[in-house]
Write a protein that binds this ligand. Structure first.
Ligand code: DGY
Length: 329
């Protein structure tokens, strides 16, 4: 019997590829770019499993391209690039990679926050530009974290990881907002559950950790930015469209808030005009999960999801597990 085929839409850490190669015939898109749509459609027709990235839109057209497609394994915890409803209708499991990138993203959230508070990018540019001539009492004054308040929007694994580091590592008070309350978490981190508006009004740092859903699209817009303190920083390591980026640029230009640390953008990789001109922002290219540890573990998980499904088991991390029950009928 010929081996089942897996198509991987871009090079990922070798560990996952090696794992897949033990059982299947594996093809990895060889170019260092987002796979063109036409090529993706062509490749999907020839594979049993697709290992996709968040840069590819896996919609009904892709899913319908191959009636034999058995699984889509996304190399990410977020799966807003996939039409899960269409996949479910076809009985295709959609898998993701939770549980292995929370440290990386929570640490990156702090990297952005500390860089803003300590004005690291400005300081670095100052030194490189040869402006550093002497120690000065008033040079590049920043702000401390201890004793301040962080408002965490979305208390999933990453939001909780940020809260833990804030409370236990930095002495920062924690407010949070989520669709559901977590009393155990409140006890452990002396955290307070508040409404979104209270969180925005009271926080010195606001950090976003929600998935992109119709209900979270533009969760932070003009009205919400106007509620924030003038001294507050906004951090986004979730998904770009959670913020109305145009409204954010305007708020930053008017110094309505103190600054923003962004890893994700509304129209990735395009940026809203004006964003890069601002001094009070730190911008990273969607690299919050980009650690060797996290990306390697993600490759293993994404591969294992495929192995499980192609070998007739339920993958541990399936976002539409109802497809398995249906198959058993
Ligand atoms: C994810 O896993 O959803 C991240 O955005 C990838 O960095």
């Amino acid at each position: 019997m010929s081996k089942k085929r897996v198509f991987v839409t871009q090079r990922i850490p070798e560990k996952g590829i090696k794992l897949l190669k033990k059982y299947f015939q594996v093809k990895v898109y060889p170019k260092d770019q987002v796979i063109p749509r036409k090529e993706l459609l062509r490749e999907v027709k020839q594979c049993d499993a697709l290992l996709s990235l968040l840069t590819e839109k896996i919609d009904a057209e892709v899913l319908n391209a191959n009636p034999k497609l058995k699984v889509v394994s996304n190399y990410a915890v977020g799966y807003d690039n996939i039409d899960v409803k269409a996949a479910t209708a076809k009985g295709i499991p959609v898998c993701n990679t939770p549980g292995v990138l929370e440290n990386a993203v929570a640490e990156h959230t702090f990297a952005l926050l500390l860089a803003l508070c300590k004005r690291i990018a400005e300081a670095d540019q100052y030194v490189r530009a040869g402006k550093y001539k002497r120690w000065e009492p008033m040079l590049l004054l920043g702000t401390e974290l201890e004793g301040k308040t962080i408002g965490i929007i979305g208390l999933g694994r990453i939001g909780a990881g940020v809260a833990e580091r804030a409370r236990k590592g930095m002495g920062v008070n924690v407010l949070y907002h989520d669709i559901k309350r977590n009393k155990q978490f409140e006890k452990e981190y002396q955290a307070k559950f508040v409404s979104l508006s209270e969180l925005l009004k009271k926080s010195d740092f606001v950090s976003l950790h929600v998935p992109l859903l119709p209900s979270t699209h533009h969760l932070i817009g003009k009205k919400e930015l106007a509620m924030m303190k003038k001294t507050a920083y906004l951090i986004n390591t979730s998904r770009g469209p959670v913020i109305d980026e145009k409204a954010l640029v305007q708020a930053l230009q008017k110094k309505q808030i103190a600054g923003a640390g962004l890893d994700v953008y509304e129209q990735e990789p395009r940026l809203t005009p004006g964003l890069t001109k601002l001094k009070n922002v730190i911008l990273t290219p969607h690299t919050a999960s980009a650690t060797i540890e996290a990306r390697t573990a993600m490759s293993e998980l994404a591969a294992q999801n495929i192995i499980d499904v192609l070998q007739g088991r339920k993958a541990k991390f399936t976002v539409n597990p109802e497809v398995y029950n249906r198959k058993q009928k």
